[in-house]
Design a protein around this ligand. Sequence first.
Ligand code: SAM
Length: 237
Amino acid sequence: MSIEKIITENARLVGIEVNDSLIEKLKIYSEQLKEWNEKINLTAITDDEGIAIKHFIDSLMLLKYVEIPENSRLIDVGTGAGFPGLVIAAAREDVFVTLLDSTGKKLKVVQDIAEKMGLKNYTVLHMRAEEAGQKNEYREQFDFATARAVAELRVLSEYCLPFVKKDGYFISMKGALADKEIENAANALKVLSGKIEEKFNFDLCSSGERNIIKIKKISQTSTKYPRVSAQISKKPL
Ligand code: SAM
C-alpha cells in the first residue's frame, strides 16, 4: 500500500483531516527521511507504515486535541528529524514554527526536507534548550512549546516552559508512563509556573498508548530557570 493511502486511511480512523496538499508534503517528507537516514541516523522507524503512523499521524494527533489559533508562534524543543514540529508546520502554514535541536546535522536535514516540501513558515535553531531559554529573543516569546521523546517531564518542563508566554501552553507528548512522569513533575511545574490543564489519552492506531499533556503557563517563570545543563541533570526540580 502506498504511504499516501496509509496516511489517509489511518487519519480517517483516528478522526483527523488530511487534505491533498498535506499528503503531498508528507510523501516528500517520507522519501527524504528514508534517503537521509541512509547517511545519518535520524530514526529507527524506516518502513512506510511506521513513518506514517508513528511519526506523521502521531504528530498530527496534537492538532486534533489542542486548538492552535491562527498565526500562533510555536517552538518544537528537541525536534530531531522534525517531530512533531515539521509535521505541524506542514499541516498549519498559518503557524510559525521554530525547530530547535542541539544537534546541528539533524537540523541541516530538517531544513533540507522543509525546503523540498516548499514550506516557508519555519526556522531552525541550533542551540541547547536551556541556553535558548535564557535569551531574550526566545524567552517567553512563544504561544506554544511542544516536545516528544526528549526528556522526562520534570526536566522537559524546565527546558520548555521558559519559552512560553503567560497564558500560552507547553504540550508534552508522552507514552504509557505519562502518569508516573506527571507525579514526578509536580514540584517542577509549581516552580516553573505551569499547570496541567488537560491530558488526552489514546491508542495510536493499535501501535500503543499515547498521552498528550496540555500544560498552561500561568505566570512568568523565574529568571533562575532554566538552569545550566549540569544542574538540571544533577538536581532535577
Ligand atoms: N522529537 C523527535 C522525535 O520525537 O522523533 C526527536 C526525539 S530524539 C530521541 C531527542 C532529540 O532531542 C535529539 O535530536 C536531541 O539532539 C535533542 N535534545 C536532547 N536534549 C536537548 C536539549 N537540552 N536541547 C536541545 N535539544 C535536545
